[in-house]
Design a protein around this ligand. Structure first.
Ligand SMILES: [Cu+2]
Length: 169
């Protein structure tokens, strides 16, 4: 009887001893691998903001700006690409004058004839009579570079010309 009890205790001891270690170790819960976070898109600079620019244009007979030397030194107006441009024009001469942006890299005929070559014009303020003053607006081209600006009145180009330089914002 006593022996039997001891055996039982041994059995129980073995069982309990093994019990702990035989229980399968809980497998480590897989740690979710870090999902690569997409790098934040760099915000387009001022995507919503409207870039504005203002130009001053003085018209004379027969040249733009201060000097009657547009052929050698065309006056330059600079605008950011795509800007909303306000252009203040004043005809200080005694003749009609226009301020017209020519299509980029267009070949300009000499003389420029407004009725035949109007397809070469990207945007024009329109003809101002002597002494007239006006303000107009246009959207600057998005293609960077230099655009020829002319007076479209017959015979005024090439004497009356300048450059519109479209720069990156
Ligand atoms: Cu002119």
């Amino acid at each position: 009887m006593g022996r039997y009890l001891v055996s039982w205790l041994l059995v129980l001891g073995v069982l309990s001893g093994c019990g702990g270690s035989s229980t399968p170790e809980p497998t480590a819960t897989p740690v979710p691998t870090a999902t690569p976070v997409a790098a934040a898109e760099p915000e387009a600079p001022s995507a919503q903001a409207v870039i504005a620019a203002t130009l001053e244009v003085a018209m004379h007979d027969i040249y733009f700006g201060e000097d009657n030397n547009n052929l050698a030194e065309p006056p330059v107006w600079r605008v950011p690409a795509g800007a909303e441009v306000t252009v203040n024009l004043e005809n200080l001469g005694g003749l009609d004058h226009n301020w017209a942006i020519v299509q980029k890299d267009a070949e300009l005929p000499v003389p420029f004839m407004p009725d035949q070559n109007s397809d070469l014009i990207l945007w024009a303020a329109g003809v101002l009579a002597a002494g007239e003053k006006t303000t107009d607006t246009f959207t600057a081209p998005v293609e960077l570079g230099e655009y020829i600006v002319i007076c479209t009145v017959a015979g005024h180009y090439p004497a009356m010309q300048g450059r519109l330089v479209v720069e990156s914002m």
